[in-house]
Design a protein around this ligand. Structure first.
Ligand code: FES
Ligand SMILES: [Fe+2]
Length: 458
């Protein structure tokens, strides 16, 4: 495991390929436990899930389970979910549940021999401690701590207490996305399913809009889906490219863009409505859809696309302000750089808007490289006190469970996993312009894993 990538960012513009072992190999999946997951910041949950002191939940990644607990109104702590006595999980985390959670905890009591820990992780009770002849110091009896931080309304954990700061790890992705005030958004819905594909196969289905033409062809009626993608260090972004300069504006790479055709008043509405309804009421908001529905009444025929978008956003912003949802001011240059959706390395995808985001996370499931835990959730800015109450919904991977568009994505992912095993598959041929986010992902993954670096096709 010592042949790191020699592909640099500039090479990502060239035709590249990369090996399939990262998706298929049991040994590779085992190596991820050593070389990847303990070395990265991972999003564990939303801050809103732990509002009060004593609120706690578990986050599992491969063989490691982590307990995150609010120890003070302004402080979270995280520990490995293991008793230092003989290694029982402090909280049972069966594979059949998304996560285990509770409220009002003052301590954790191990079910095996009763050792007890306060929420700060200190051991507070051992049966017959004298039997250890003074060897049990706090150093060996407190819970093993995990580094924890918050950003964007998420709780992040890192297994190495000496890890680089989260904000440094997030880099430009954090700098750009901070403008969207994701921390002010709250869950609208959240779903998960155990799905038959590697976590990377599943995640990559959401890393590029190049598949829209082939997979979601119904969406082509109202918008063009030509895309670009770009690397930002560990992370990457994709966005829409406009072939027609009249449609080029700060919003045009994002999901909040003009529809195609002669009458952008109508097509912008149709595009956003179709997206919203078939993406399980995500990637937009009721306010934006309603404001778009009025464009045809409020604007004269022939209004140029840029003016249609400006009017749409202005009226949606006013509608939201009237119900107490205040939009962040996002400079146009940030808006255009922010694109459509980010891969936050390694396993998170964020499709963001001014008042909403549609997010994905994938994780390994057990030791099987052919299975993953797939999660998607929508967050949105709600008027204070009107946030919906949500739970993790274990939904079957169908249109009924997830909406028509996600079902179309599901209808590819497991067959990519199977297809890549074919003797006849010569290796991926990612689009050097539209799927660069994926080659950048493999470039970075290879630096952690020491294997699997992309190489030039010619
Ligand atoms: S394993 Fe926890 S008290 Fe013995
Ligand atoms: Fe898709």
């Amino acid at each position: 495991m010592n042949s790191p990538t020699n592909i640099d960012v500039d090479d990502l513009t060239k035709p590249l390929t990369y090996p399939t072992e990262a998706f298929l190999s049991k040994d590779y999946a085992a190596a991820e436990k050593e070389y990847l997951w303990p070395k990265v910041w991972q999003m564990a949950c939303r801050v809103e899930e732990l509002p009060n002191v004593g609120d706690w939940l578990t986050y599992n990644i491969c063989d490691d389970s982590i307990i995150i607990v609010r120890t003070a109104p302004d402080r979270l702590k995280a520990y490995f979910n293991v008793c230092p006595h003989r290694g029982r999980q402090l909280v049972n985390t069966p594979d059949t549940v998304h996560s285990v959670r509770g409220n009002g905890r003052r301590n954790f009591i191990c079910g095996f021999h009763g050792w007890t820990f306060d929420i700060e992780g200190n051991n507070t009770y051992i049966l017959d401690p004298q039997d250890w002849q003074g060897a049990l110091t706090p150093d060996c009896t407190h819970l093993s701590e995990v580094k924890v931080d918050t950003w964007g309304g998420w709780v992040w954990v890192h297994m190495d207490m000496d890890a680089q700061p989260l904000v440094e790890f997030l880099g430009d992705a954090g700098r750009i996305l901070s403008h969207f005030e994701l921390d002010k958004m709250r869950y609208k819905w959240r779903k998960w399913v155990v799905y038959p594909a590697n976590w990377k196969t599943a995640l990559e289905a959401f890393m590029e809009p190049y598949h829209v033409t082939g997979t979601h062809s119904q969406l082509l009626a109202y918008g063009d889906y030509y895309a670009y993608s770009a690397a930002y260090g560990l992370h990457g972004v994709s966005g829409f490219d406009q072939r027609d300069p009249a449609f080029s504006m700060s919003q045009s790479s994002s999901v909040t863009r003009a529809g195609k055709g002669d009458d952008p008043r109508r097509s912008t509405y149709e595009l956003i409505r179709e997206n919203y309804e078939t993406l399980n009421y995500a990637a937009s908001t009721e306010t934006l859809v309603n404001a778009a529905s009025r464009l045809v009444d409020e604007l004269p025929e022939g209004t140029p696309p840029a003016d249609v978008i400006a009017h749409w956003l202005k009226s949606a912003k006013a509608d939201d302000a009237a119900r107490g949802v205040i939009w962040p001011e996002i400079p146009p240059e940030i808006m255009s750089e922010a694109g459509l959706a980010w891969n936050v390395f390694p396993n998170m995808s964020v499709l963001h808007g001014i008042t909403f985001a549609l997010c994905y996370r994938t994780r390994p499931y057990g030791d099987d490289p052919n299975m993953c835990i797939f999660e998607s959730y929508a967050i949105e800015r709600f008027p204070e006190g009107e946030e919906p109450q949500t739970e993790w919904d274990n939904a079957p991977a169908t249109a009924e469970g997830w909406g028509a568009v996600l079902a179309q994505d599901f209808s590819n992912m497991e067959w990519v996993q199977k297809g890549m095993k074919s003797r006849g598959f010569r290796g991926p041929l990612p689009n050097p312009h539209q799927e660069r986010k994926i080659t950048n992902f493999h470039r970075n993954l290879a630096t952690y894993m020491g294997t699997g670096a992309p190489r030039h096709l010619k």
